[in-house]
Write a protein that binds this ligand. Structure first.
Ligand code: BG6
Length: 475
């Protein structure tokens, strides 16, 4: 329990991502992205994981990102709803392929710039601070087919050109930036995470860690450019977070949990501390990985982030004998199902104390301000007889997690803000479903693309408005 209050100026809001909300997948000159190729249904996972090459769209499949929730056309009304809840921050991403449809052009698409300027101006109109991710899973497809995506060093040049365009075009409108969403997901879901597909005869670990190196260099360069363009810019990295617990107190299980944490924290270790961690040499040796670096990379990596952002849905659990058969399929980051925590409709753990543990660990490790940029409960919502959605389960999940965050603040962890995931219902990244809902606002659309797209406020809408108005005191 906590009676701590949030600091003055704490940023409260919610988060969406371009690929899961905008739709308009070929409008305004936008090019196809990796996410546009990922269908709903049985073929989704093999494509997401990079095991099945899918470089063309099929007529017999449904692609949820193509229309998503039509935020591209409805953003004004949606932002008005956020303003009504009292948001002081709104996290979204820029679709790289709206600015650079193929990804390797030398100049940006003016229609893409105009769209995001209008979007960020709309936020500013209500005093909402945009928090903008440069790449939330959606790599332009042309970069995948022509260059092999992040396995290719040329991506560093393409990404930094795109990043500079964003910093310059939206200077004065956007101050908080994230380079790559959940950068560690590259290891767990290589196609949706980083546009990687594998050849039969190659070591996937080699491809993934080489791609990771390119992303880390690109992220550090983008951070440097952001500060050059405007020293007031604040740049963060972004981790798919959640500590691993050992399955038991057996030393082997404790070691397994530590190794699993390192696998994910590796990325943030580089982005927040400016160098490869000492343990990485052994990991690379054991995986048969040898990273090709260019002269100057070590210096580039020293451009560390200003803050560390992360998503937290649940803690994780590992044992020494964990394998694909006993790991839970609840998330792309494999974990044992911890019997001590309840589960959501989709089998994801519900563990608020795990958030406090994760936040304390991250601040102990990095000594940089944290930003919790995704947290929430994916659940089935049903209208009652009065035509309302009484999502008390969601309120309860968020309340407990906000309490845990308050406890972490009381523990001495500096936190910039909190953006709940999917503040308006959107397409689920893992399953492509609309029925896995996170929002304070219901969107009338089903898993197969039917529905009017009308927005309806849920009970949690009014609850969150009260939370924000009281700066987290009235939960
Ligand atoms: C994170 C992603 O992994 O979790 C989001 O950054 C995603 O894009 C969120 O939507 C929740 O996962 P899901 O599969 O329920 O949408």
């Amino acid at each position: 329990m906590s009676d701590s209050t949030f600091p003055q100026g704490f940023l409260w809001g919610g988060a969406l991502a371009a690929n899961q909300s905008e739709g308009g997948y070929l409008e305004g000159g936008k090019g196809l992205t990796t996410v546009d190729m990922i269908p709903h249904g049985a073929n989704r996972m093999p494509v997401k994981l990079g095991l099945e090459k899918r470089f063309t769209l099929r007529e017999d499949e449904f692609y949820p990102s193509h229309d998503a929730i039509d935020f591209y056309h409805r953003y004004r009304d949606d932002i008005a709803l956020m303003a009504e809840m009292g948001f002081s921050v709104f996290r979204t991403s820029i679709a790289w392929s709206r600015l650079y449809p193929n990804g390797d052009e030398l100049t940006p698409n003016p229609q893409g710039i105009a769209f995001y300027r209008a979007l960020f101006e709309e936020c500013r109109k209500y005093g909402i601070e945009p928090l903008v991710t440069l790449c939330h899973f959606d790599v332009p497809m042309h970069l995948v087919t022509e260059y092999g995506s992040w396995r290719n060093r040329k991506m560093v040049e393409f990404f930094t050109r795109y990043a500079r365009t964003c910093f310059e075009a939206f200077d004065g409108l956007v101050k908080y930036w994230l380079t790559f969403n959940e950068i560690n997901i590259l290891l767990h879901s290589p196609f949706s995470g980083a546009g990687l597909v594998f050849e039969a005869d190659e070591n996937p670990e080699q491809v993934k860690y080489q791609a990771a190196h390119h992303e880390l260099v690109a992220s550090a360069l983008a951070t440097r450019i952001a500060h050059e363009v405007n020293p007031a810019n604040q740049v963060g990295c972004m981790l798919a977070g959640g500590n691993f617990y050992p399955w038991s107190s057996k030393p082997e299980d404790v070691w397994a949990a530590l190794e699993k944490d390192r696998e994910n924290l590796f990325f943030i270790d580089v982005q927040a501390r400016g160098a490869y961690p000492s343990y990485s040499a052994r990991v690379f040796r054991e995986k048969g990985v040898s990273i090709a670096m260019e002269e100057g990379d070590t210096e580039i990596l020293k451009n560390t982030v200003d803050f560390v952002s992360f998503s937290y849905y649940a803690s994780r659990c590992a044992s020494a004998d964990m394998n694909d058969n006993n790991s839970s399929a609840a998330n792309v980051v494999k974990s044992l199902a911890n019997p001590h925590v309840p589960r959501s409709d989709w089998g994801w753990g519900i563990d608020p104390l795990g958030l406090r543990i994760t936040m304390n660990m991250m601040y102990d490790r990095y000594q940089k301000p944290l930003f919790l940029v995704e947290n929430g409960l994916g659940a089935h919502d049903e209208f009652n007889a009065a035509g309302e959605i009484e999502d008390d389960y969601r309120i309860s999940y968020l309340r407990e997690h906000i309490r845990a965050m308050a406890d972490a603040i009381a523990d001495g962890v500096p936190v910039i803000g909190y953006t709940t995931w999917g503040c308006i219902d959107l397409v689920a990244a893992s399953t492509g479903e609309m029925s896995k809902r996170y929002g304070f606002v219901y969107v009338d659309r089903d898993d197969h693309g039917n529905g009017t797209l009308a927005r309806t406020r849920k009970k949690s809408f009014w609850w969150y408005k009260k939370v924000i108005a009281s700066n987290g005191a009235d939960l």
